[in-house]
Unconditional design. Structure first.
Length: 147
């Protein structure tokens, strides 16, 4: 059975729809296991007294649970052919989401890394997003960029 990791943007509905449309268009959800992953960017405020990191360790468990539940409900609502029972949902936290996702990917075996980027026109269209570009350069697996 093929396993794909799906880099899931929680804060961008357009990219979420591109991810779902791409999965269905390329039949990536048939006879495959999908692992949806979101990396929550930690923010550090060293100039506040006392220095502050968001989210705090106490807040992470609640945020992790909420994000994983939201991903599951969104996937269940979009992929409605009953094939979502074996899917996995993971929320990670990092000051640098690109590196955290790269480390996570390197610990697992996947067939494909799936992510979405905005389909920009003109000069901007010559460049992929820095996140997509980073994953293409550093992923040990094939990367499917949905535009």
């Amino acid at each position: 059975m093929r396993e794909h990791i799906v880099c899931f943007p929680m804060n961008d509905e357009v990219l979420q729809n591109k991810v779902f449309d791409g999965i269905k268009k390329h039949n990536l959800h048939h006879n495959a296991k999908l692992h949806f992953v979101h990396v929550f960017k930690e923010e550090k405020y060293p100039y506040i007294v006392p220095p502050y990191i968001y989210p705090s360790p106490d807040q992470k468990a609640g945020i992790k649970s909420t994000i994983e539940d939201i991903m599951k409900k969104m996937v269940d609502g979009f992929i409605s052919d009953g094939e979502t029972s074996g899917y996995e949902y993971t929320c990670l936290f990092s000051e640098d989401p690109k590196i955290e996702l790269e480390n996570f990917i390197n610990k697992h075996k996947y067939s494909t890394v799936i992510l979405a980027t905005r389909g920009k026109k003109g000069i901007e269209g010559l460049f992929t997003s820095s996140f997509a570009d980073y994953m293409i350069k550093h992923s040990p697996y094939d990367v499917l960029v949905l535009r």
